[in-house]
Design a protein around this ligand. Structure first.
Ligand code: G5P
Ligand code: MG
Length: 223
């Protein structure tokens, strides 16, 4: 689908709720550019940049990276995408980050994946990731064609250091304390759209239909 105007979206949800999985479907279907804060951080860690080395310990302990570091990193990337439609995954994650984003860009819609914590815990311990692209697999849900290898590049898959049961518990706590208030922030701005369920394949058709409608009504307004 070719978009007729710039469209900016955020996808939110607890760790393991399927943000990366749904984002891949949104970018494929609607052509938005996907920016994942977690993928950017992991690429910095993998490339042993100064930022990556500093932030690795925060991430491995299930804590959030400081707001000023994160906002600077993402807003710098967004500056070079001035004429693009994008989908932000994992940012903003605190109210100060949401305010920093609002100061620079307006957000058309926020997709919130509301998946129960119990479902999430089982998923994350069986997740395998292709670090260079952020493509995710799951032993039960979407296994790679060849175990341990990325479908497109044949490169090795890894398990994330923060996907251990104890760290997942800490990440869920951080989500409750620091990220849930962002949902309220966007609800009061009138842009929050929540999708509830335990399976991505059940949630996705609703997200897809919502975005079709949203993009169609945007086009109508422009015409
Ligand atoms: P991330 O990288 O943003 P999280 O914790 O928000 O990490 P995560 O873990 O990447 O989110 P997700 O993207 O929501 O999860 O979920 P996913 O990868 O698509 O799906 C999870 C697994 O479930 C996969 O294996 C998938 O195949 C499988 N799956 C999907 N759907 C189904 C289904 O229906 N059924 C089954 N059985 N399986 C399914 O952030 C990481 C860290 O970076 C820092 C923080 O330290 C954070 O903890 N960070 C930030 N810090 C501060 N501010 C920010 N803005 C930050 N952003 C990142
Ligand atoms: Mg993710």
């Amino acid at each position: 689908m070719v978009l007729q105007r710039i469209f900016r979206a955020v996808i939110m949800g607890p760790p393991g709720s399927g943000k990366g999985t749904v984002s891949a479907r949104i970018t494929k279907t609607f052509g938005l550019s996907h920016i994942s804060s977690g993928d950017i951080l992991r690429s910095n860690i993998n490339n042993k940049t100064e930022l990556g080395l500093l932030m690795k310990c925060c991430i491995d302990q299930g804590q959030l990276v400081p707001d000023d570091v994160m906002s600077r990193l993402i807003l710098r990337d967004l500056r070079v995408m001035d004429h693009s439609s994008w989908l932000l995954d994992g940012f903003p994650r605190t109210v100060p980050q949401a305010e920093a984003l609002d100061d620079a860009h307006s957000v058309d819609t926020v997709i919130n994946l509301n998946v129960p914590f119990q479902t999430i815990k089982q998923r994350l311990t069986s997740r395998w990731t292709h670090l260079p692209t952020g493509r995710v697999y799951n032993v039960d849900f979407n296994p790679p064609k060849v175990p341990g290898l990325d479908d497109e590049t044949g490169e090795p898959l890894v398990q994330r250091d923060d996907d251990t049961p104890d760290t997942v518990t800490l990440r869920l706590k951080a989500y409750e304390n620091q990220t849930e208030p962002v949902l309220e922030y966007y609800r009061s701005n009138g842009v929050l759209e929540t999708f509830t369920g335990t399976e991505t394949n059940m949630i996705w058709p609703h997200v897809e239909a919502f975005l079709h409608k949203k993009l169609f009504s945007v086009k109508q307004k422009v015409a």
